[in-house]
Design a protein around this ligand. Structure first.
Ligand SMILES: Cc1cc2nc3c(=O)[nH]c(=O)nc-3n(C[C@H](O)[C@H](O)[C@H](O)COP(=O)(O)O)c2cc1C
Length: 462
């Protein structure tokens, strides 16, 4: 049977997200990101479409690589102004029952002891629908804001992340026994102290000597998402990620990355089915092919090329203001995102990218494909991508919000349901169970986080 296709909606607590300039489109509401009603309406819409999750990107720092100033980013609203994504979750959880929330949080500037409690809080308040997109950042501007001269070197950030995860696993999985909260009225005992254990960690980057502050939440460890796909990033994903977000313009770029991620997951001793892979894409739907194409062209007429290049400069660490429009983009080593630069240099040797091509690509939906057509032809294109790359679904960005998401929910989802390639209802349970099956509320046995469970530690020690 053909594989089911999963959808996340891809958002950011900002204006325009991956379609800089389209905030000027008369129907775009992305500038309402500051209003709770924008988010609660969106959450309800997505739940109507049986979308697995709202995946909210986040970036600390401003995109000031382009021309060495933040002016292009500020002028075009390229992911600035930007608010905290976590604050949105409670309100959306209150108006939904099944939608998951994949929240991006940068671990470089927050101690794991503090962060672990914030995630536990959201796992409680959402009844187990929270996920964490693990990122370490790519902008020096964030490091400078946090009192450093520059960000940590690329590969060192993954080493930091490795230890960070060890610490949060210990806090989430190893501090409180499942039966620690007794609420024993007769004995006047709320928590049995004998069932709460102190985490003692002394590593290269972190020291912790504490018990976790939150009582056990439905999933304990949130569903873990990851996105960087450099070789170090993929190895990290193979060990830790339950969902991976891949981005690239073509099947030729995405297919090999997916195969490698599946191989690395198995090499890390995990079941390949314990990882779901989502590809970035944007959908533009019309009643006819011509109407869809006209809508796409109309959207593009609002694109702001300065914003696109400000984003690409920040992602790659390469100042695109110094390059000629018809100049080929060449690979260099930088401490920013290797995935972003690989996408337009060496990921597909058969394709040469000039700066003009980059501008063109980034007008809508970042580096991902834009599927344009009727609901039927968009469904054909999505199916073809899944079949050719072996991804499990898509992280769907918007051109104009909420219009792009309405088109998906009202037109593309019913078409895929008719074809038997999209669920008709959510699976029961917490987010991890909805994604991986009943009885999977906690990290699976082969996952490194599971080894920090109280029982697991004891067994290992015996
Ligand atoms: C598709 C994709 C989405 C990403 N989303 C974010 C994000 O929301 N916030 C962030 O700080 N970094 C984000 N990143 C950056 C990665 O987490 C990572 O720091 C960066 O890509 C460098 O790792 P790499 O060289 O392994 O790609 C994203 C990267 C990719 C490829």
């Amino acid at each position: 049977m053909a594989k089911q296709i999963r959808f996340n909606a891809f958002e950011m607590n900002t204006v325009g997200h991956l379609s800089p300039g389209l905030w000027r489109h008369p129907r775009d509401r992305s500038a309402d990101y500051k209003r709770l009603s924008y988010w609660t309406d969106l959450a309800q819409l997505l739940e109507r479409g049986k979308v697995d999750g709202l995946f909210i990107a986040d970036v600390l720092g401003i995109y000031d690589v382009f021309g060495g100033t933040p002016d292009a980013a500020l002028g075009s609203a390229a992911q600035v102004p930007i608010n905290d994504p976590m604050m949105l979750v409670s309100a959306m959880a209150a108006v939904t029952k099944n939608l998951g929330f994949g929240i991006t949080a940068n671990l470089s500037y927050e101690h794991p002891y503090v962060f672990a409690r914030r995630m536990t809080t959201l796992d409680h308040l959402t009844d187990g629908r929270i996920g964490w997109n693990i990122v370490t950042g790519y902008l020096d501007s964030a490091a400078k804001g946090a009192g450093l001269d520059r960000q940590r070197a690329h590969d060192d950030r993954y080493d930091l992340a490795e230890e960070y995860l060890e610490v949060v696993y210990k806090l989430w999985e190893g501090s409180w026994q499942d039966d620690a909260v007794v609420r024993d009225h007769a004995r006047g005992l709320f928590v049995d102290p004998a069932r709460v254990h102190r985490v003692q960690h002394a590593g290269e980057f972190y020291r912790v000597d504490a018990i976790h502050l939150g009582e056990p939440s439905p999933q304990r460890t949130p569903v873990l998402y990851q996105a960087g796909t450099s070789s170090k990033g993929r190895a990290f994903a193979g060990r830790h990620a339950e969902c991976v977000f891949v981005s690239g313009p073509s099947v030729a770029v995405i297919g090999p990355r997916v195969a490698d991620l599946r191989r690395l997951t198995a090499a890390a001793g995990r079941h390949p089915q314990d990882m779901l892979i989502f590809a970035l894409a944007t959908v533009v739907v019309g009643e006819t092919e011509a109407a869809a194409r006209a809508r796409y062209d109309e959207y593009r007429s609002y694109a702001d090329y300065r914003g696109g290049l400000a984003l690409m400069s920040g992602w790659t660490g390469v100042d695109f203001s110094t390059l000629d429009l018809d100049q080929q983009v060449r690979h260099v080593e930088s401490d920013a995102s290797r995935t972003a630069l690989d996408n337009i240099t060496r990921a597909d040797p058969s394709r040469i990218w000039t700066v003009r091509d980059v501008v063109d690509q980034l007008s809508i939906g970042g580096i991902g494909p834009v599927f344009v057509g009727t609901a039927q032809s968009v469904a054909d294109q999505l199916e073809a991508w899944v079949d050719a790359t072996d991804v499990d679904g898509f992280n769907l960005a918007y051109a104009v919000t909420p219009e792009s998401f309405v088109d998906v929910v009202d037109h593309v989802v019913p078409e895929l349901q008719r074809r038997g390639r999209y669920k008709r209802d959510y699976a029961p349970g917490v987010l991890r169970e909805k994604l991986f099956g009943q009885g999977q509320a906690r990290l699976s046995g082969g996952h490194p986080g599971a080894s920090h469970r109280i029982g697991a530690t004891k067994i290992a020690a015996e």
